[in-house]
Design a protein around this ligand. Structure first.
Ligand SMILES: [Zn+2]
Length: 92
């Protein structure tokens, strides 16, 4: 058993759900991971060590304000990656 950062899962879920709304010019795995990493760096970590802690944190994160915070950071990260993707744009 190790601790996990529940925020990783939350942000990833929200990213998958809202990816089309973020309107990135590229939707490769590299860009998705870059958006994910940038957003995670801007958001607080939420480590849990067991299922009880996980349920408490998850319940707290279901509220709309939290989702809005995550989405805001994802949008911000998407803008950064859209302007300056970390890979070369060989398709364009
Ligand atoms: Zn890309």
């Amino acid at each position: 058993m190790k601790v996990i950062n529940l925020m990783e899962q939350i942000v990833e879920d929200v990213l998958v759900e809202h990816w089309n709304n973020l309107r990135l010019p590229c939707d490769c795995e590299i860009c998705k991971n870059d958006v994910l990493a940038l957003a995670l760096n801007a958001l607080p970590t939420r480590y849990v060590s067991n299922d009880k802690g996980r349920m408490i944190v998850q319940a707290r994160m279901m509220n709309e304000q939290y989702q809005a915070d995550v989405l805001r950071e994802l949008s911000r990260a998407a803008c950064v990656v859209a302007v300056k993707p970390s890979h070369t744009s060989e398709n364009s």
